[in-house]
Design a protein around this ligand. Structure first.
Ligand SMILES: Nc1ncnc2c1ncn2[C@@H]1O[C@H](COP(=O)(O)OP(=O)(O)OP(=O)(O)O)[C@@H](O)[C@H]1O
Length: 254
């Protein structure tokens, strides 16, 4: 697919295939096109050319409002949490799409409404416990350390049991210890919740440990794609990151 902004090519003929159940990373220097790619897949941008396939369904423009119905959830680099609400309520919000507002007005107070609420609360509790957030579930999100807030965002995305989980720089701004923890939670999200995961990230070290396959963008083009070992040893990747001519025996020090 391709995407341009006023003559600037953010993406040029980039294609990205994601296999079911894999952890797939997209990395690249600043301005490489990572966010543009994620924003196309989550319906925020429309590509000039190309389409997005979820299983056997293709979209010229991904319908953002229907993402959850198609089993897609995403997190945001700048957390999109309600800081004044508890962890529990934030996670519960992840399920808000389940009942249309019109229907909700009709059934409010009814046994059906109570049943839906009970199911939603159970789903929220399950994912909170899965991500080891039970101890802080009543805390206001804004009072938590940043790494925990990132985990809450992961919980809110996971509560819908997505088939495809898009993570926008999940490790940005967190400490080294938090990175290890979060990394394990992301892996568990795939292993135990069965989510296929696509993440864009600056921190290549953590990506190389976590991902099954890594695509590398540079100036809107995909310059490499493969296993972490293949990508690490790819001269084009070394050039893009170091900005120097490679030597045959050079390897990314990551
Ligand atoms: N909304 C926009 N309007 C104009 N230009 C944009 C817009 N979004 C991105 N671009 C441009 O498209 C190119 C790719 O940007 P993008 O944000 O996708 O890269 P990125 O790899 O995510 O960078 P970063 O790591 O810094 O977030 C850049 O040249 C950027 O300036």
């Amino acid at each position: 697919m391709s995407l341009t902004f006023g003559g600037v090519a953010a993406l040029l003929d980039v294609d990205l295939h994601v296999a079911e159940g894999e952890i797939r990373a997209v990395i690249g220097p600043n301005g490489a096109g990572k966010s543009s790619l994620l924003n196309i897949v989550s319906g925020l941008y429309r590509p000039d050319q190309g389409e997005v396939w979820f299983g056997d369904r293709s979209f010229r423009e991904v319908p953002t409002s229907k993402l959850a119905t198609h089993g897609v959830a995403r997190t945001f680099q700048n957390l999109a949490l309600f800081k004044g609400l508890s962890v529990f309520d934030n996670v519960l919000m992840g399920l808000a799409h389940r009942v249309r507002a019109g229907l909700l007005r009709q059934i409010v107070g009814s046994p059906l409404a109570r049943r839906i609420e009970a199911e939603n609360r159970a789903a929220a509790e399950e994912v909170i416990s899965f991500l080891h957030l039970s101890e802080v579930q009543d805390r206001m999100v804004g009072t938590l350390p940043y790494g925990l807030q990132k985990r809450v965002e992961l919980a809110r995305a996971l509560v819908v049991r997505p088939k495809l989980l898009l993570l926008d720089e999940p490790f940005a701004g967190v400490t080294v210890t938090e990175k290890q923890e979060l990394s394990q939670h992301v892996r568990n999200a795939r292993d135990s919740f069965g989510a296929t995961i696509v993440l864009i990230e600056h921190d290549i070290g953590v990506v190389m440990e976590l991902s099954d396959r890594v695509a590398v963008l540079d100036y809107g083009r995909k310059i490499a794609d493969g296993t972490p070992d293949q990508v690490r040893a790819d001269p084009a990747v070394i050039d893009a990151y170091l900005g120097v001519a490679h030597e045959d025996d050079t390897e990314l020090a990551i």
